[in-house]
Ligand binder design. Structure first.
Ligand SMILES: [Zn+2]
Length: 458
């Protein structure tokens, strides 16, 4: 306000500055009262007619409209008719390999990583966890000196047998281990870098690679726990899931999908209520959609993806997956219901940026929420908690995931209520991260300019 006034009345410039110096309290530019929104707080609660104060990068006070006073000098923002929810946390993504339609190691650059963090921020994702496919120490540098977008958290390099970890161009990013001593040494290396989690791949990928051996993952889990780090696992089989639970695993990067979860597994889960489960339904979407979903044509996609990217996404649904993959998809969905009944802790994870996740950064996080509800049987509130509080907790990012006094002011202003229809998390009006509005119009303009740019001359 102050700036606009000064700029539009140049002749009054000096007077305006003088007046501001006299009348404005010290923090007049950084205290804002947001009033009138339906507020999804991120702890399971809703405040119908809310008011909350953001001071600099944090929420200072949260309550009902009328009970939270306008601080002296603060700006008031009317959010009547809007819904506010905490920004999301996506705890399973692959950073830096995807760039538009290209999927290669060459894209693992500071510029591209920064762009991807902006893409997540655009969609209201406050933080992401890179799931074990770091190629360099760039992530640690960027974590220490964060660019403006989503917070970059990482599991560094994950673990598999040699040349048997992640897929596609990410394959060589993982540590290949054959001895317990080696495994422990690499975990110590991650601990020294203060990785945010440890990722392991326990999957023979349809008998095409060697699966990480139980003695090796036991050594990794034991060593990680000694250093206060959690371990999460890429799995596909029930037998592996059970043994990993017995070995003390903290979370799953995918669901059991070779067979239905049985009572033995459910008992193990109930004994370990802190274990977290990521469904990665986004990554596995082709195993249960039968045709192009309506959301492919939503205007939101055109704000961040090229026509060609949207066309290819739509086209991907035209070719059904093989019957085996479809059976696994159906099993996956049945298992979500079983875990929900057992009180399991769901955490948002999409696999975006990976082999099946594609380059649809940010969009995937929202479609995941919709799929958790429409296919997985979670309530909209349960899906939102998976993407906010639960994901923030497992990442050790206690400042995220809720709209509450003292937390980081990371929130999404929505035009419609996602508790009525979870698809409404995509009706984004504004996004605020660390108290500042994400410049969505500017970001869109930047991306759209690249869509129109001619191909570079050879
Ligand atoms: Zn993954």
């Amino acid at each position: 306000m102050f700036r606009t006034k000064c700029a539009s009345f140049f002749f009054a410039f000096v007077a305006c500055l003088a007046a501001a110096a006299i009348s404005a309290p010290a923090h007049s530019q950084s205290v804002t009262l947001f009033e009138g929104a339906r507020l999804i707080t991120g702890d399971g609660g809703v405040i119908a007619d809310s008011a909350f104060i953001v001071e600099n990068s944090q929420f200072r006070q949260v309550g009902r409209k009328g009970e939270v006073a306008l601080p002296q000098g603060a700006t008031r923002v009317d959010l009547t008719g809007k819904t506010v929810m905490p920004a999301l946390v996506d705890a399973h993504v692959h950073m830096g390999y995807r760039k538009g339609l290209d999927f290669s190691q060459n894209n693992y650059t500071r510029e591209n990583l920064t762009d991807i963090l902006d893409r997540f921020a655009y969609y209201g994702v406050a933080a992401i966890l890179e799931a074990g496919t770091s190629r360099s120490d760039l992530v640690y540098e960027m974590r220490a000196n964060p660019p403006p977008g989503a917070l970059f958290r990482t599991a560094g390099r994950g673990f598999g047998m040699p040349n048997a970890g992640p897929g596609g161009p990410m394959r060589d990013s993982a540590y290949g281990v054959t001895t317990e001593q080696q495994a422990r040494q690499y975990v110590q290396e991650l601990a020294a870098k203060k990785a945010d989690m440890v990722k392991i791949w326990v999957d023979d990928r349809g008998a095409t690679v060697e699966k990480l051996k139980p003695n090796l993952y036991r050594a990794i889990i034991d060593e990680a726990h000694k250093h206060g780090m959690k371990v999460f696992a890429h799995i596909s089989n029930l037998a592996d899931a059970k043994d990993l639970l017995r070995a003390g695993l903290d979370g799953f990067a995918h669901m059991v999908r070779d067979r239905d979860i049985d009572d033995e597994m459910l008992a193990l889960v109930k004994e370990r209520p802190n274990t977290f489960f990521q469904q990665t339904l986004w990554g596995e979407r082709l195993s249960f959609y039968n045709s192009k979903p309506g959301w492919v044509d939503e205007p939101l996609l055109r704000e961040t993806f090229s026509q060609e990217e949207i066309r290819l996404l739509g086209q991907s649904f035209a070719k059904p997956e093989n019957p085996n993959a479809r059976a696994q998809g159906a099993t996956n969905l049945r298992n979500i219901a079983k875990l929900k009944a057992a009180g399991a802790r769901f955490v948002l994870g999409t696999d975006t940026g990976g082999v099946t996740g594609g380059q649809y950064f940010g969009l995937g996080s929202h479609i995941e929420l919709e799929l958790l509800v429409s296919r997985g049987g979670l309530s909209p509130m349960e899906a939102i908690l998976a993407g906010t509080r639960n994901a923030a907790e497992v990442l050790g990012q206690g400042q995220l995931g809720a709209v509450a006094a003292g937390k980081s002011a990371d929130f999404i202003v929505l035009d419609a209520n996602p508790l009525d229809n979870i698809a409404n998390t995509r009706r984004i009006s504004k996004v605020y991260l660390r108290g500042a509005e994400v410049p969505r119009a500017k970001l869109t303009a930047k991306w759209q300019a690249t869509f129109r740019a001619p191909a570079p001359a050879r």
